[in-house]
Design a protein around this ligand. Structure first.
Ligand code: HEM
Length: 596
């Protein structure tokens, strides 16, 4: 016997709500189907089922994609030499616990996911990390893989040719780098992961910074250094100062005045800004390392408040700087005017101007917010990294008084007493440039260059394929202290190696190849192992500017002052330098005016 439901002819009943609306309605349906309310209930049930199925299918699809990506990562990753197991090294646990710092700006993943958060100014974390990678490279060769999580592959490269290839081919930064700067500076177009996003801003910034020091033009004295040095007399009213704070203060003034123009010098909030900036730089990487911002932690909220204050101050100095600038606001004039960039304006206008051009070419205009963010990011990175290098050089000068004498003699011989120092003079100061380079070689601003290729696998010439989204690192300290390249004394401070061994920093200085003035660097045999400013698509945009600016600062300083250790410290100085040179003391120094 047929059941009542099977005898019900429901074919006339519409399947969808739309269908129901355009038919004559429930009145036209067979009685066994029920009234309109029953239809809606049935419709809701069917709809919910469909949605659940769709959700289930999408989640399954995403999971399958993830699993497939993970299997692919495992398959490709396992072909790269390296330890088999997931990372379980007790030594690195200590590194994990260390705090992070934008100066190092080699941020990694975080508690609880992370491998390590690296600190600036030569922390213990550096030593452990470098030691660990050194062991791995010793065992597995120049390319080593390290599983830092089931779906996270770190690949470390130290072979100079492969390093160059990696830094050129892999154009993206780790997303965490961008997050760190985003957290501190808000929206910004520099330092973020995707190369395509940073490219145009990088280009205009490069032009601006390079034109600040027109190398080889013969007539450009570096006014900012004069202004900075004028401040030394005020600072010297104190008995002594520690190298770190002095270097930070010098770097702050040089970078601040370069980016923001003269307005920076008579800015009443400068001291507060400097303090705030360093606080924000110190903790940025740590907080950004959380996958979900820890809003519930009061210390995190305090950090956000500091960032907000810094942002307000940055905006106020930028406004002040704009008022001072000859180009008051970015307008059509500035767009038309600046195909190249005008070195007399400040960087803000140039970045804006370049984006006007960009806009004319169809690209999006930078928002004001992004421009403020860029300037803030540059201040954070530029000041921290420059302070590190200046401090390193000053410490070496204190440690090696005979080098200081040699530098002074060189400075005096290159420029006569009354003349102003010019950039051209600097290019003749070979020992000075070599000292800057050697200091940068031995103590880079961060221990690792980091890259990733977000979208594509990376096929290296050596036949190795690095899967997309792997973390690629170049341990600078291992590369720059490689005895097979730099000789047995690779870990010793010896600026003269740059004179003898012909490392080409001509490119950094932007001088023509073979130029007489810098022929010390005319051959490039070791260049690929000298990477304090990185290399390739994401290399430091400020390198030429900063090498010359710091050389100018040191030359101007040594011309008028002798840098001496404070008497209370001089005895311990000799032993304070750790053999790996990853730790430098922070000596108290006295600047004694030279008798002319
Ligand atoms: C001694 C001082 C400095 C050091 C040691 C330094 C070092 C570095 C390093 C290692 C990188 C990454 C390179 C790579 O991954 O290949 C970098 C990137 C960069 N640096 Fe510097 N830097 C210094 C000063 C400056 C200054 C003064 C500025 C500008 C005011 C600057 C602007 C940049 C920019 C824009 C990038 C690239 C960001 C990107 O591509 O997203 N740097 N720097």
């Amino acid at each position: 016997m047929a059941s009542s439901s099977s005898s019900c002819d429901a074919t006339g009943v519409p399947f969808t709500l739309l269908g129901a609306l355009i038919t004559a309605g429930p009145a036209a349906w067979p009685a066994c189907v029920g009234d309109g309310r029953a239809f809606l209930r049935d419709y809701a049930r069917r709809g919910t089922n469909a949605l659940l199925w769709a959700g289930l299918l999408s989640v399954t699809w995403v999971l399958l994609l993830r699993v497939a990506a993970m299997l692919r990562l495992w398959a490709l990753g396992s072909r790269i030499p390296g330890p088999r197991a997931l990372l379980a090294d007790p030594g690195l646990a200590a590194v994990l616990r260390d705090g992070g710092d934008i100066t190092g700006w080699w941020p990694f993943l975080s508690p609880p996911y992370s491998l390590f958060i690296l600190t600036g100014f030569g922390s213990v974390g550096w030593v452990q990390l470098v030691g660990f990678l050194s062991k791995l490279h010793g065992r597995y060769g120049p390319v080593v893989r390290l599983w830092v999580g089931p779906s996270q592959l770190l690949v470390s490269v130290i072979d100079p040719t492969l390093v160059k290839e990696v830094l050129t081919k892999a154009e993206d930064k780790l997303p965490l780098t961008g997050r760190t700067y985003n957290l501190a500076c808000g929206k910004l177009g520099l330092f973020v992961s995707l190369f395509q996003k940073v490219k145009s801003t990088r280009d205009s910034l490069k032009i601006f910074l390079n034109e600040k020091l027109t190398v080889g033009a013969g007539q450009s004295s570096f006014k900012i250094i004069d202004a900075v040095l004028n401040r030394i007399n005020t600072i010297m009213s104190k008995d002594f100062m520690d190298t770190r704070s002095f270097s930070q203060h010098m770097a702050f003034n040089i970078i601040g005045a370069t980016l923001l123009g003269d307005a920076f010098f008579d800015w009443s909030d400068a001291a507060a800004y400097e303090e705030l900036l360093m606080l924000v730089a110190k903790d940025g990487c740590f907080w950004a390392s959380y996958a979900i911002p820890p809003f519930w932690r009061p210390s995190y909220r305090r950090y956000r408040t500091l960032c907000a204050k810094l942002k307000i101050l940055t905006e106020s100095v930028i406004r002040k700087s704009r008022q001072n600038s000859s180009l008051n606001h970015f307008d059509q004039r500035s767009c038309l005017k600046s195909e190249g960039t005008d070195p007399n304006t400040h960087v803000l206008d140039n970045i804006m101007a370049s984006h006007c051009l960009h806009g004319a070419a169809g690209g999006p205009l930078n928002s004001e917010e992004e421009i403020f963010g860029n300037i803030m990011g540059l201040m954070l990175h530029g000041i921290s990294a420059s302070a590190n290098l200046i401090g390193n050089i000053l410490t070496r000068l204190v440690l090696f008084p005979e080098l200081q004498d040699q530098l002074h003699a060189e400075i005096v011989s290159v420029c006569n007493e009354s003349s102003k120092l010019e950039v051209d003079d600097l290019l003749r100061m070979q020992v000075l440039l070599a000292t800057v380079c050697e200091s940068a070689r031995l103590l880079p601003a961060g221990p690792l260059l980091q890259r990733c290729s977000l979208k594509h696998d990376l096929r290296l010439g050596s036949g190795i394929t690095v899967p997309a989204r792997s973390i690629l690192v170049v341990p600078l300290h291992l590369v720059q202290m490689d005895a097979s390249v730099w000789g047995d004394d690779a870990d010793q401070f010896n600026p003269h190696r740059f004179l003898k061994k012909d490392v080409d920093i001509g490119e950094i200085l932007g001088a023509p190849k073979g130029s007489n003035r810098i022929n010390i660097f005319s051959e490039c045999a070791k260049t690929e192992s000298f990477l304090p400013f990185g290399s390739g698509s994401r290399e430091c945009v400020g390198q030429k500017f900063v090498v010359l600016a710091i050389s100018m600062l040191i030359a101007s300083l040594l011309r008028s002052y002798e840098v001496q250790p404070h008497p209370s410290l001089s005895k311990e100085m000799g032993t304070a330098v750790d053999s790996s040179h990853l730790h430098l003391p922070n000596p108290k120094i006295i600047l004694t005016k030279r008798r002319i």
